[in-house]
Design a protein around this ligand. Structure first.
Ligand code: MRU
Length: 357
């Protein structure tokens, strides 16, 4: 079995390791996620997070469990438990459904990993073609190498545009309540040397009004058949603000995030998390003890607010999505990026020549 590695996950051939995203940006601590029950806890507390990455990590954990001699019934129980670790990101269910019947679990986990790397490259190629030199780009949550096995979804698009020499400036929402933007996107952008400014979520409307943002790019945890999509809470508000200011708004997702079983956004299950995450952060609490708080982790943006969806299979307008394009695409062979001449990704999910983490 080949070892494999991405920014937030590595398998050394015997054990699976994940970068504890709750400790970033202050400490880079790798945790052993080889046991499914440990991986479930890591996923629930967002030490491992991001829709594609939780699918990849769950698959790799399950495969490691199998390689250590788990019985068929223990494997099936672990698979079902991992599948239920978080409810909104359909990539987790998609990956576990592939693993459930896998004849060679490690080969299947490796395939899920390498496919995700390729899907990121294809999204990046399609999405970067939309970005013009000089654009200000607004993004939400973390959608980069930490959230996938490859270069990311929305942040992968942004990274590719930067690598193409386009002069872009990224505005990163801090993303309340768990600060994936402030902690993780800011960390990735800094490492990549992409010009960026961190803002609080409540500053986005002002930036849009002042004409400093020409495009909004976000990820997705589940895209319904009609193009409505769930993403980190705050995305819907950004879409409303972008529409009001006439700024293009693009979700970016691999086809593993599309759930044709959900006819529209109302069918997407939304995770609700502990109220304590709204009352404070970590050991710090700023709200009165016991004050009622509401903590939906995701919201749903209706397709009417989408300019176009960037998929690994191409870019599709809201009009195309509304008439069942996603269902038709599910039976069509994938098309690799519009450039044709993209370098193949190395399986580490980094560009060749880039410094390793
Ligand atoms: O709760 P999180 O941090 O897992 O939420 C992540 C997001 O909302 C991302 O935008 C989404 O997973 C898609 S991008 C990889």
């Amino acid at each position: 079995m080949n070892p494999f590695e991405s920014l937030g996950l590595k398998h050394d051939g015997r054990s699976l390791w994940v970068l504890d995203q709750t400790q970033l940006p202050d400490a880079e601590v790798w945790l052993d996620g080889s046991q499914p029950e440990v991986m479930i806890d890591l996923i629930k507390r967002l030490a491992v997070r991001g829709a594609p990455l939780i699918g990849v990590a769950a698959a790799a954990s399950l495969a490691t469990f199998a390689s250590r001699g788990a019985s068929a019934s223990d494997f099936a129980i672990a698979c079902a438990a991992l599948r239920a670790a978080r409810p909104t990101a359909v990539n987790l269910m998609w990956a576990m459904d592939r693993m459930k019947d896998a004849v060679e679990p490690m080969a299947e986990a490796y395939a899920i990993f390498t496919e995700d790397v390729r899907l990121c490259e294809d999204m990046a190629a399609h999405g970067a073609a939309l970005i013009q030199d000089g654009e200000g780009l607004l993004t939400h949550c973390n959608t980069g190498g930490l959230a996938t096995a490859g270069i990311g979804t929305a942040l992968g698009v942004i990274r590719r545009a930067h690598e193409q020499g386009k002069h872009i400036h990224v505005y990163a929402d801090e993303t309340r309540p768990l600060l994936q933007g402030g902690r993780l996107t800011a960390w990735e952008l800094t490492r990549l040397g992409i010009p960026a400014t961190l803002i609080t979520d409540s500053m986005a409307a002002l930036l849009l009004r002042d004409g400093r943002v020409q495009r909004v790019l976000v990820g997705s945890d589940r895209v319904a058949a009609n193009g409505d999509f769930a993403n980190k809470v705050g995305t819907y508000g950004l879409a409303v603000q972008a529409r009001f200011h006439g700024v293009p708004f693009h979700p970016v997702a691999p086809f593993s995030t599309v759930d044709l079983a959900c006819p529209n956004g109302a069918a997407i299950p939304i995770e609700e998390r502990d109220q304590a995450e709204v009352r404070g952060y970590g050991a710090l609490r700023w709200a009165p003890v016991g004050v009622p708080a509401w903590n939906p982790s995701f919201d749903v943006t209706p397709v009417e607010l989408v300019t176009s969806l960037v998929l690994d299979r191409g870019v599709f307008s809201a009009e195309e999505l509304k008439v069942g394009t996603l269902a038709r695409l599910s039976t069509a062979p994938p098309v690799h990026g519009p450039m044709g001449s993209l370098p193949p990704p190395d399986f580490l999910g980094h560009q060749i020549g880039e410094e390793s983490p």
